[in-house]
Design a protein around this ligand. Sequence first.
Ligand SMILES: Cc1cc2nc3c(=O)[nH]c(=O)nc-3n(C[C@H](O)[C@H](O)[C@H](O)COP(=O)(O)OP(=O)(O)OC[C@H]3O[C@@H](n4cnc5c(N)ncnc54)[C@H](O)[C@@H]3O)c2cc1C
Ligand SMILES: *[C@@H]1O[C@H](CO)[C@@H](O)[C@H](O)[C@H]1NC(C)=O
Ligand SMILES: *[C@@H]1O[C@H](CO)[C@@H](O)[C@H](O)[C@H]1NC(C)=O
Ligand SMILES: *[C@@H]1O[C@H](CO)[C@@H](O)[C@H](O)[C@H]1NC(C)=O
Ligand SMILES: *[C@@H]1O[C@H](CO)[C@@H](O)[C@H](O)[C@H]1NC(C)=O
Ligand SMILES: *[C@@H]1O[C@H](CO)[C@@H](O)[C@H](O)[C@H]1NC(C)=O
Ligand SMILES: *[C@@H]1O[C@H](CO)[C@@H](O)[C@H](O)[C@H]1NC(C)=O
Ligand SMILES: *[C@@H]1O[C@H](CO)[C@@H](O)[C@H](O)[C@H]1NC(C)=O
Length: 507
Amino acid sequence: MFTYSVLIALSLLAFSGGVVQAESASSPASIATKTCQQLQSSLGPSTVQTSSGPRYSIGANAAWSTFNDEVNFSPTCIVFANSTSDVQTAMTAIYHNGADYAVQSGGHSGMTGWNTIQNGVLISFINMSAISYDAGSNTITLEPGVRWGDAIDFLEPFGVAAVGGRVSEVGTGLLLGGGLSFLSPSQGYASDNYVSLDVVLVDGTVVTATVNNQHADLFKALKGGGNRFGIVTKYVVRAVHTGTEQDKPFLGGIFTYPNSSSDALLGAFAHYAYQINDKNAILTNEIRTTWQNGSLDFSHTVVMIYNGTQASFNKTFAEFLSIPSATSLIAPFSYHDLVNAVSFPDGLGTVFGGIALGGVSAHSSFDNYLEVYRLYSNFSATFASSPDIAFTLLDFTTVPKTQIQAGCEKGGNPMISNPATNGFNEVLFQVSYNEGVTQAPADVEKGRQYVLAKAPITPGLPLFLNEADANQQVFASYGNYKFLKQVYAKYDPTRFNVGHTQGPLGL
Ligand SMILES: Cc1cc2nc3c(=O)[nH]c(=O)nc-3n(C[C@H](O)[C@H](O)[C@H](O)COP(=O)(O)OP(=O)(O)OC[C@H]3O[C@@H](n4cnc5c(N)ncnc54)[C@H](O)[C@@H]3O)c2cc1C
Ligand SMILES: *[C@@H]1O[C@H](CO)[C@@H](O)[C@H](O)[C@H]1NC(C)=O
Ligand SMILES: *[C@@H]1O[C@H](CO)[C@@H](O)[C@H](O)[C@H]1NC(C)=O
Ligand SMILES: *[C@@H]1O[C@H](CO)[C@@H](O)[C@H](O)[C@H]1NC(C)=O
Ligand SMILES: *[C@@H]1O[C@H](CO)[C@@H](O)[C@H](O)[C@H]1NC(C)=O
Ligand SMILES: *[C@@H]1O[C@H](CO)[C@@H](O)[C@H](O)[C@H]1NC(C)=O
Ligand SMILES: *[C@@H]1O[C@H](CO)[C@@H](O)[C@H](O)[C@H]1NC(C)=O
Ligand SMILES: *[C@@H]1O[C@H](CO)[C@@H](O)[C@H](O)[C@H]1NC(C)=O
């Protein structure tokens, strides 16, 4: 007991810069301190660390966006969970004491404050990252601390993959936000491929949810419900036969276009989402603007991937191929190659914003696409002289009709209620600040919110939680919003989660 009190005293000192401040017994800080003390004695000081612990700063600085690092948030303690039972113990104490908390898996959230906490308990999954494949049931089991790159490396020799991230460093929180994968056009959203989930509910109860057991409602809610419905400690998902490293079934095209092609490209995206209904085709695009001494550099990269022949590739992506490009490369890829093709460095403060745009038939206007690009260009031009911004991105990912249908066939998700929904584009508006910038400057933040408020989002389409701004009403945009609210009320009747952790609005 002596060691624990010394640890706590040290952590208090570290916390308040040497002055132990008087706190009211019911302040979030003192509730967190009490909860951490209890958890240190039940789980031990190696699993539960305060700021004096040897691994505390690894856990407190594991987030991808530096806005979520220790410079802005120093959790009262970090629970390095080793098992579902550790998470159960932690949630039970958090719930009974009324402590604030947060959960972090791969740390790639673009929402400041969603994967960490000040004056509260952080549950970190750094130490739960087991992966296994069961050929008999053709399923993959993932602990929440797994990163997609590790999953792909582990699964490659078996010739299978999970429907997971497109960038290797990202973690399993991707599933809870729905999840867009290179395999989505054929398999649905990543989360449409759940088989079963172990979930620690807000009061510490553990349940297993499947598509047809008594927790089928929770199972469905977790396909896009983010961190609101409980803490998932084990994901069992379907395995897709993607082949090994030697198999290269995917023709991948990387095309860069000059800014003068931007209107034509936006038209191609609008039309593609409307008319292409091909599960073998994958399309993403990135418009990146970088700042160099006040002068802007726009670059457009379109990634076209086709599981099939060059002739099919040419036919499906014909409109894109007809637009003058600066450079192009088409080569065969394995699934493993695809996911390892892109890497995003850590070390920048980053925020996301989401815009959904419906597909448009070839003869209709795509003015809403042009307007989004105009807003983006105006934002970039306005803040070109800001020394704080490293770059901005406008990323398009097409959600084709085949993806929507695959999801509905696998039991449906909260995002889309109508299986006849036409293809659309999810657009990410990202702003990354320079290294060392710890907070978004107020004028830039205002300009960013202006873009999101003015963007002509197509009504009736779901905003993508994984790419949204923390203030956007993502759940209210879901086709099954009412269902989501009912499930939330059932599994968290005291509304503990919305009161004690940051996350999506609207429940
Ligand atoms: C470089 C980059 C590439 C990306 N690429 C893609 C992509 O291809 N497809 C796509 O869909 N998204 C993509 N995203 C978005 C990404 O999916 C989300 O940021 C996602 O939330 C990251 O999950 P994580 O585990 O890494 O992050 P975390 O920040 O650890 O978690 C994200 C959110 O989920 C909650 N959470 C995490 N684990 C659990 C759990 N087990 N139980 C309950 N709540 C939990 C956290 O509290 C947090 O609110 C990308 C993001 C980045 C930065
Ligand atoms: C966590 O699990 C590992 C491996 O199973 C074990 O070596 C370690 O002692 C555990 N830590 C705690 C604190 O239980
Ligand atoms: C927990 O994770 C840390 C950091 O990744 C690692 O150093 C440590 O060995 C892990 N411990 C266990 C028990 O897995
Ligand atoms: C690629 O296409 C082939 C032939 O249609 C199909 O058998 C295979 O399952 C597809 N692979 C993926 C990963 O979709
Ligand atoms: C890029 O193209 C758009 C649309 O055609 C235009 O409005 C914008 O000014 C261009 N930007 C630059 C930096 O040339
Ligand atoms: C930007 O301006 C600074 C100071 O004028 C100069 O030192 C630097 O080389 C410039 N960088 C670029 C990329 O032009
Ligand atoms: C595909 O299109 C390219 C030009 O974009 C052309 O060189 C190639 O021959 C075409 N291949 C097939 C099989 O149609
Ligand atoms: C351009 O952006 C600035 C900064 O957000 C904003 O004040 C201005 O109204 C925008 N102009 C247009 C035409 O959208």
